[in-house]
Design a protein around this ligand. Structure first.
Ligand code: DAS
Length: 333
């Protein structure tokens, strides 16, 4: 295909392991993230130039564990602006894997574009034997360049799988196949070709009620992780921190230890929104669960993980503080 006829894909680099390096090719864990730039990443995948006309942009160069909500907002604004540029057919974001799921989930909810936006990264540094980054980047470009990827929402491509930004999560500390979704991938990439088998049922991107242009800052929010023997002082400390939102990653069906309910209720009385999630890693959380949200006025997640619940609650509070309106948002997205 003549180069000018190829789709134009902008590759936005943020650092992470895909841009990382280690002293030895067989050391895939003792590496430094974000040691090389977008031009080097693209130079390692020359075949991608057969899929698309590529433009690289170094947005940041960081370990994604250091990502802040401010950087996430700036990223969303930048991607929104790029996607709106005439002649841009898709965006690939190379991102650290540690917080990739939160970035993908956030972008899926605030980017009002039908242009494909695809995040990818690597579990092994660029210097590693059988580094996974180049093939992930090639696959991500193929997905971003495909018309079939439009209106699928924000996507994550890792290890030949195409995941929805709504569902994907990192499930392993080191495995190359670390990314998965509770309902499975949307499709796969085979020899540089995206093959889709399903789409997401919940609204996203062009159907979202959130618009990044209308969001100046996100509320302060954090997560309390329930554990056997949890001490009520944890909830008391959290409540005293003045967070706008407290997500409680509870036992099983979102259950809260009785001794923790009172300090969380005190935080709610102080103005915090309390969200009941589950630490189990998947599943729907019933509103009238053992902890009786209907009595406490807490929000219960649908199936959002604690880290996604934090993102969604932050977005909800940019449009409402009404309990029923926030619960509707959790039941919708
Ligand atoms: N270095 C971590 C990060 O930047 C892990 C990774 O990229 O894989 O998220």
């Amino acid at each position: 295909m003549v180069a000018s006829a190829l789709p134009h894909i902008v590759v936005l680099a943020l650092g992470g392991t895909i841009a990382g390096s280690a002293a030895s090719a067989t050391d895939a864990t003792g590496y430094r993230a974000a040691t090389t730039g977008v031009d080097d990443l693209l130079a390692r995948v020359p075949d991608a130039a057969r899929l698309a006309r590529l433009t690289g942009e170094q947005f940041a160069n960081m370990d994604s564990s250091d990502l802040t909500d401010e950087v996430l907002l700036a990223l969303a604004r930048r991607v929104s602006a790029i996607a709106a540029e005439p002649g841009v057919d898709g965006v690939v974001i190379t991102h650290g894997t540690d917080t990739m799921e939160e970035s993908a989930y956030f972008l899926n909810l605030v980017l009002t574009t039908s242009v494909p936006v695809v995040l990818t990264g690597a579990m092994r540094p660029a210097t590693a034997l059988s580094a996974d980054g180049p093939m992930n980047l090639h696959a991500a470009v193929a997905v971003a360049a495909a018309a079939s990827s439009s209106r699928q929402g924000v996507l994550v491509v890792m290890n030949d799988e195409i995941h929805s930004g709504r569902d994907v999560t990192k499930t392993s500390s080191t495995r190359v196949g670390a990314f998965g979704s509770p309902y499975g991938p949307l499709g796969v990439v085979v020899a540089g070709r995206p093959l889709y088998y399903r789409s997401v049922a919940r609204p996203h991107t062009t159907a979202t009620e959130f618009d990044i242009a209308a969001i100046d800052a996100l509320p302060r929010a954090g997560i309390v992780f329930a554990h056997s023997g949890i001490d009520e002082s944890l909830a008391t400390v959290i409540g005293a921190a003045g967070w706008d939102i407290i997500v409680h990653a509870g036992f099983g069906n979102g259950t809260v230890a009785n001794r923790v309910i009172a300090p969380l209720e005190a935080a709610r009385a102080g103005g915090a929104v309390v969200v009941r999630a589950t630490r189990t890693g998947s599943g729907h959380v019933s509103a009238a669960g053992a902890s009786g949200d209907l009595v406490n006025g807490w929000i219960s997640v649908d199936d959002q993980s604690p880290q996604r619940a934090r993102i969604l609650a932050c977005l909800a509070l940019t449009v409402t503080r009404d309990h029923d309106a926030i619960q509707r948002i959790f039941d919708t997205y």
